[in-house]
Design a protein around this ligand. Structure first.
Ligand code: CP
Length: 320
């Protein structure tokens, strides 16, 4: 694999060869009994720092780190000096002095990690930043498609729901077309991005407010959580969400197909209880695969991402 970026902020930080390498490595890890940590040559220290709530990402990274045999530091943002006003950069410099090699960071501030590109005290993986990106979720979703023998080339994925506020969607817009898939974004008008926000994207992406159209034209469906915390109460919320799917709706309309969801799900809002517990639901498979893909990403970052000389030495005090 080519040298990895020291800061993995967006899918576009990786080239296709690196993404394919991660797929291969995660499948190799999945096929082994990984009780014994064999993947890392030395014992790096890896911290998770979650400045926004998480169940799946935080814990799957914690498990991945420990299965790789690295030292795991659970940085508790709520109890840290960030709460006394220390900046994230000072925090990372401090962790660097304590020997931390890599930090997985979740933040509610979109684009907060951009400042570290080319100038970071340690390696960073974006664990989800505001509405911007969630690259490791998109990569583990890709593993789930591939592992379940669900081809992407020539297929269409409908992403339905709160696309505008979904960092997972923004990562998939960069990822799935690289594997030959088209994407239809679907939801109420105020849940769809402004076309100007889709700058730099290609003809593989279209948008509609018509649920029937999106479902009829797609092979797979990726449902999204209505992210009430990220927007003001809208008319759609007051009158009820109209884009939820149930097993019965899928049957009635000939829409039975694999249904993905990054979680957490609002059950009986965007997805019904019977659909989430049906064989068509791949959400739990996504969670299972998250460990393998995140192990692969960590291994690649530890082994082949390099900080520049200047960055590596910047926290060494020069002799007076
Ligand atoms: N999919 C996802 O990021 O879930 P969490 O918020 O629980 O980490």
């Amino acid at each position: 694999m080519n040298k990895f970026p020291a800061v993995l902020e967006t899918i576009s930080d990786l080239n296709l060869e690196q993404i394919q390498g991660l797929l291969k490595l995660s499948q190799k890890i999945k096929s082994k009994d990984f009780d014994s940590p064999v993947f890392l040559p030395k014992r790096p220290i890896i911290a998770t720092s979650f400045l926004e709530h998480s169940t799946r990402t935080k814990h799957s990274f914690a498990i991945a780190i420990q299965r790789l045999g690295a030292m795991f530091l659970d940085f508790d943002a709520e109890q840290s000096s960030l709460k006394k006003g220390e900046t994230l950069r000072e925090t990372l410099l401090t962790l660097n002095c304590q020997g931390v090699d890599l930090a997985i960071i979740r933040t509610s501030v979109s684009g907060e990690l951009q400042q570290f590109k080319g100038d970071s005290p340690l390696k960073i993986i974006n664990g989800g930043d505001g509405i911007n990106q969630h690259p490791t979720q998109a990569l583990l979703d890709l593993l789930t498609f591939v592992d379940a023998d669900l081809p992407l080339k020539g297929k269409t994925v409908s992403i339905i729901g709160d696309c505008r506020h979904s960092r997972v969607t923004h990562s998939h817009l960069e990822l799935l077309p690289q594997f030959g898939a088209k994407i239809i974004l679907c939801g109420p008008k105020n849940f769809l991005p402004d076309p100007s926000e889709l700058n730099g994207l290609n003809e593989s992406i279209s948008m509609t407010t018509d649920l029937n159209e999106a479902m009829d034209k797609s092979d797979y469906t990726y449902l999204l959580r209505v992210q009430r915390e990220r927007h003001q109460e809208s008319e759609d919320q007051r009158i009820g969400y109209q884009y939820g799917l149930s097993l019965q709706t899928l049957k009635d309309n000939n829409w039975l197909r694999p249904i993905f969801h990054p979680g957490p799900a609002n059950i009986n809002v965007e997805i019904s209880d019977d659909l989430i517990h049906s064989p068509y639901y791949f959400g739990y498979e996504q969670v299972r695969n998250s460990i393998f893909m995140r192990m692969a990403i960590i291994q690649a970052m530890i082994q082949s991402a390099e900080l520049g000389d200047q960055q590596q030495h910047r926290v060494q005090r020069k002799k007076i």
